[in-house]
Design a binder for this molecule. Structure first.
Ligand code: SAM
Length: 754
């Protein structure tokens, strides 16, 4: 062929692959000079060397342009756009395969694609088709690419051998998987003998659930103008034998929406918290966490700027170097120190701080106190019949009575309470942990010293307290089976309402009637008058002394009888108040008056309002006595004595019941004492029992109370009873009628804080 025809043929070959004449011309000139017009060399492999030369010109032009760009101004979006563009080019420009082929020569990203093109300089192996891997057919010229740009790894072409991309060794997928991702690019006009190389683009790492559920917490990126670097591999340092994938960080990818980003300040903006660090930073650190506790820590190590390529060195060697460095640099004395241990600790603390207990994250510890799930009494006693209505499961077999939600629950002892099982309680918002229908907040100050206790909403029976009862015990006279609707509005009164002294105890507003209330107040304030009964041999005195003192007298109280399960009236009947629980906003606060914590109302309360029940463990007076002997050092006392059927017969100690709110209690355990003119009064309320052996201690307002007033209750403490094993506190109630100052010889009330 004449030289002019050879030139024409060269132009045509280039034109076929989309290269215009003006680009071909200088390259061809250069080659003719270089090869001394040896056209064979130029024509070889369908003018391969010519195409390469043209691309080299192109690339050096692009490199020139790159140099003019200001480094560091590339954002993640751009990076991705460019990377995605590169993929698009693979898809959209099959007519320019040689450009891709040329990349493998360099082992680096083409400057025209920016510094973000994935590449590796250490991929030197000749391609080995995977066993069973079918060769891509010409029809597979373009494969649809999804997701981030993937690395294409090439073997270096020495001399004039056809170059082929090599599947990275890291790609351990099965042959069929790879096949489906294979991309063959056919150069136009290529004869079978001149078969073009097949570009095999490694598939994405298998897309697993854990990847989906990971979201970057923080992306610490150094200079983005630096080259994307390969991630880890355990190749020996300096080995050029194997290549590694330049990973495309999922954090850059910006996928995985809707996943938990713990450290992200804003969930609206792509949930990536990004910290720019010095351009000289040697690493990218991505930390991603899922709500399942998985944490993915991704370190991308940037090679030194002068590096021409990068292969990850021996991981052990790196770890050793870091360990040694830490030991000296941070003056760590422990020779056992290791970076891996630090990472384990990272996981440990992430687990601890991220663990939800009772729906509350532990990291919100500022506002929390730890409630220790312990009950020394229960733990020290192996009696099987313990009652617990806290959030522990209830064994049906052991329920003594079929009770409604607000009544006593008797269950088999579930387990010994373990002091190590801690509960986190967000006490500032609600010390009841949602157990009451209203929140009981805690004023934030000094909440650390809030005593540890189990919040319960109804009494629980301790070991020996004998309060077995059943529906069968409730006779027709003890309930209202023919009532419909609201019993408090009935005339004549129903059986239940009448039991409160012939008058209805409640108004239609759910307040204790004025008359009933005044009677109760008078009873407590002037007990000597009419309401005391005396035992021949007082069991309480017997507990204190073998040679008992004479009975000091017990109040003969007036009870409220509420309708209950066996009654046919409406569940919202006006004769059901206490059983519905707390309905006013209350707050536990630090009194700062030497009395410790106290309770106050956050809303105005009219006279006769039900505030709360005094709830605790039901135990016998002898059990309480033993308990007090054992734990005599407690700062505060939380036990009250229940009245019983005093005067009707000789009572045994086991029949006298007490409520102890030391370990299990409700908000009432914070109510402080005030002598005589307290703004609350306790009224015994009969709900599920037809007798007065066991009942509910309900606290009602004695007058109108303004919001933020402290709620107080006259415990009926006899400050002169020096013989009592549990010394009464020095009263700081501030009342003009304080018995502690006057040392009055008032008789001991039947409801006495022990
Ligand atoms: C049922 S607790 C009341 C809540 C208690 N203030 C607290 O911080 O847990 C009863 C204890 O509170 C203290 N207390 C109650 N009223 C008091 C008063 N008027 N003067 C001094 N201390 C009082 C006593 O230590 C008493 O044993």
């Amino acid at each position: 062929m004449a030289p002019s025809q050879k030139v024409k043929a060269a132009f045509k070959a280039m034109k076929d692959i989309g290269i215009p004449e003006e680009k071909t011309k200088p390259a061809l000139k250069k080659l003719l000079t270089l090869f001394e017009k040896n056209w064979d060399l130029i024509e070889e492999e369908n003018y391969r060397v010519l195409a390469d030369t043209i691309f080299e010109y192109e690339d050096s032009e692009a490199a020139e342009k790159e140099k003019k760009k200001i480094p560091g101004n590339v954002d993640q979006g751009e990076v991705f756009e460019e990377a995605a563009q590169m993929q698009d080019e693979v898809q959209d420009e099959p007519e320019r395969p040689l450009k891709r082929l040329r990349l493998k020569h360099q082992g680096q990203a083409a400057p025209s694609h920016g510094q973000h093109s994935p590449s590796s300089a250490c991929a030197l192996k000749t391609p080995k088709p995977e066993p069973g891997e079918p060769e891509a057919s010409p029809s597979q010229q373009v494969r649809p690419l999804t997701g981030p740009p993937q690395p294409v790894v090439f073997t270096r072409n020495k001399g004039k051998q056809p170059v082929s991309p090599q599947v990275c060794q890291k790609d351990k997928r099965t042959a069929p998987e790879r096949t489906s991702q294979a991309l063959q690019i056919k150069e136009p006009g290529v004869t079978p003998r001149q078969k073009q190389p097949t570009l095999i683009i490694p598939k994405d790492e298998p897309f697993t659930d854990d990847m989906v559920s990971l979201e970057p917490l923080a992306v610490v990126r150094p200079d983005r103008t630096q080259k994307e670097v390969p991630s880890n591999s355990t190749n020996p340092a300096g080995s050029q034998a194997e290549c590694v994938h330049p990973e495309v960080s999922k954090s850059i990818n910006g996928v995985d929406k809707g996943l938990e980003t713990l450290a992200s300040p804003s969930s609206e903006e792509n949930q990536i918290q990004e910290a720019d660090v010095s351009k000289k930073s040697p690493a990218n650190i991505d930390i991603a966490a899922s709500s399942l506790g998985e944490v993915k820590l991704s370190l991308s190590c940037n090679p030194r700027p002068e590096a021409n390529g990068f292969c990850f060195p021996d991981l052990q060697a790196v770890l050793k170097k870091v360990n040694d460095n830490c030991l000296t640099k941070y003056k760590i004395m422990d020779p056992e120190f290791s970076v891996i241990k630090v990472m384990e600790e990272f996981c440990e603390y992430a687990g601890k701080l991220g663990t939800k207990v009772d729906g509350v994250h532990q990291e919100r510890a500022d506002n929390m106190v730890v409630v220790m799930d312990t009950n020394p009494t229960s733990a020290s006693n192996s009696e099987p019949a313990c009652v617990q209505s806290d959030d522990q499961s209830v064994e049906k077999d052991s329920i003594v009575a079929d009770l409604n939600t607000k009544s006593l629950v008797v269950v088999q002892q579930q387990q010994q309470l373990n002091p190590s099982s801690m509960q986190i309680l967000d006490v500032t918002s609600d010390i009841t942990r949602g157990m009451e229908t209203v929140k009981v907040s805690l004023e934030k100050s000094d909440c650390d010293s809030l005593p540890l206790f189990h919040y319960i909403t109804q009494n629980v029976v301790a070991h020996k307290a004998d309060i077995n009862f059943s529906l069968a015990q409730i006779g027709d006279q003890d309930c209202c089976q023919s009532c419909v609707g609201d019993c408090s509005a009935l005339s004549p009164l129903c059986n239940c309402a009448r039991r409160g002294g012939g008058e209805s105890s409640y108004t239609s507003d759910g307040l204790v009637t004025e008359e009933f209330l005044d009677k109760c107040i008078s009873m407590v304030q002037n007990p000597e008058k009419d309401y005391l009964v005396y035992c021949k041999e007082c069991p309480l005195e017997r507990l204190k002394n073998e040679d008992p003192d004479p009975c000091k007298g017990h109040l003969k109280r007036t009870f409220i009888k509420e309708c209950w399960t066996k009654c046919d009236c409406n569940k919202n009947c006006g004769n059901r108040v206490v059983q519905h629980g707390i309905s006013h906003e209350l707050q536990v606060f630090w009194t700062g008056e030497g009395k410790g914590w106290g309770l106050r109302t956050l809303e105005d309360l009219p006279k006769g309002s039900f505030v709360c029940e005094y709830v605790g463990e039901v135990l016998t007076s002898s059990e309480l006595h033993e308990r007090n002997l054992r734990e005599s050092n407690d700062k505060h006392s939380y036990a009250v004595l229940l009245d019983t059927e005093w005067g009707t017969r000789a009572l045994k100690e086991a029949e006298i019941l007490c409520l102890d709110a030391t370990v299990y209690g409700n908000v009432a355990r914070f109510i402080n004492h005030r002598c005589s003119d307290a703004n609350l009064i306790e009224i015994p309320v009969e709900v599920e029992t037809p007798n007065h052996h066991y009942y509910h201690v309900a606290l009602f307002t004695t007058r109108k109370i303004s919001a933020f007033e402290e709620l107080t209750w006259d415990y009926g403490v006899d400050f002169d009873d020096g013989e009592h094993h549990n010394k009464a506190f020095r009263c700081l109630c501030g009342s003009n009628f304080c018995r502690n100052m006057k040392r009055s010889s008032r008789s001991r009330s039947t409801l006495t804080l022990q």
